[in-house]
Design a protein around this ligand. Structure first.
Ligand code: G6P
Length: 367
């Protein structure tokens, strides 16, 4: 069927606004809201005996894998390695037969990711594909496929596929923890509840889109933009920077907040906006103190946090964007949304081709 943009000016915006629905659809395949439990499809191997996980992907899907590392290590206490497919396949990684490897790909056709999957199969690893296209090559090649329910994604810059990937990976982390006995049932219930509330929280963020649009006009003037985050906020900072580069052609870098002092702080002046991903979690104070420091150096900060986090920031930022207060577990799914919107509105302000950015392809099927 023909897919239209509906009331939206671009596919990307339509896809950003579909997120409450498609994240909800994805959750519905795994989450039982009555029992507040997670069930993955039947896998041809035992999740409870997994003692190492390797995650391989490219682009935005790779950043979803980085978030999953924090989740899986915390909830299931299983060591996780995350690699870019084009690096993994050529670096002679050390893997063991029976280890679990997860391949994340919206299209299910990315050449490097597929080659990495085949390499792992040859070495007797257990493999799971996390894809958005059920009949794709990667889905058909792995032992099992977990599906995101994002629907067709047309905009070259991935948005809804990413939040759906995160949703599945959050469930994988819970399922692993339950299977190996590291995650108590009470925790599973609490985290499942937090996940169940995500679609409504995304809707709330989308309703505040105007606030992002206003600051975007300012960011559109910048030559360089820095994104900062800690913990699961760090991969979201990387993803935010990628989105901005891809569609607005502004140079952007994502950095772990704690690395600020080890280089990027040298770039900061009042011409370099700094976008900060900073939910109220156990790392809030550390990131907030990095932010105070850059504000003191004249940086124009866009501060993404919840009500409590905004209130606790002493030096006032250029712009504050307030997100719903949620369990920190689900924060990366929510904070992905304002960085998508920011990239989108900056690109529109600059007049670039949002859905078909120069030089980029939706799916990279050659090396
Ligand atoms: C291309 C797309 C990105 C995507 C990446 C990985 O670079 O432009 O949006 O994240 O490929 O694609 P995949 O389909 O494997 O997730």
């Amino acid at each position: 069927a023909m897919i239209g943009k509906g009331e939206h000016r671009h596919f990307m915006l339509k896809e950003i606004f579909e997120q409450p629905q498609v994240v909800g659809d994805t959750l519905n395949t795994m989450l039982n809201p009555a029992s507040r439990t997670i069930t993955l499809m039947d896998l041809p191997f035992d999740l409870g005996s997994v003692n190492r996980v390797t995650i391989v992907a490219c682009g935005t899907s790779y950043y979803a894998g980085l978030v999953a590392k924090y989740w899986i290590e915390r909830l299931a206490k299983v060591a996780v390695e995350v690699d870019i497919a084009s690096e993994f396949r050529y670096r002679q990684p050390v893997v063991a037969k029976g280890d679990l490897a997860i391949f994340i790909s919206q299209s299910g056709e990315t050449a490097d990711t597929l080659a990495a999957l085949r390499w792992c199969l040859d070495r007797g690893m257990n493999t799971i594909a996390l894809v958005n296209v059920a009949e794709s090559t990667i889905a058909r090649t792995a032992h099992a496929a977990l599906l995101t329910q994002a629907g067709p994604e047309i905009g070259v810059a991935s948005t809804k596929a990413f939040t759906c990937q995160l949703t599945v990976l959050a469930c994988v982390a819970i399922a692993l923890g339950r299977a190996n006995g590291r995650l108590p049932a009470t925790e599973e219930a609490r985290l499942s509840q937090a996940l169940a509330e995500v679609p409504a929280c995304i809707s709330e963020i989308l309703r505040a889109d105007d606030g992002i649009r206003r600051v975007a006009e300012d960011i559109a003037q910048a030559r360089d933009v820095l994104y900062l985050g800690r913990g699961t906020g760090y991969p979201i900072a990387l993803e935010g920077a990628l989105k901005l580069k891809e569609i607005s052609y502004i140079h952007a870098e994502g950095y772990a907040s704690g690395e600020l002092k080890h280089g990027p702080i040298a770039l900061i002046d009042d011409h370099v906006p700094v976008i900060v991903v900073c939910p109220s979690d156990e790392l809030y104070d550390k990131t907030a103190s990095n932010v105070q420091e850059v504000i003191a150096r004249g940086a124009r900060v866009v501060f993404l946090s919840d009500k409590e986090g905004q209130a606790r920031l002493v030096n006032k930022p250029l712009a504050a964007f307030t997100l719903p207060s949620v369990d920190p577990f689900v924060a990366p799914i929510l904070y992905a949304v304002p960085v998508q919107l920011l990239a989108y509105h900056v690109a529109v302000a600059k007049g670039t081709d949002v859905d078909q950015p120069r030089n980029l392809a939706k799916s990279v099927t050659v090396e």
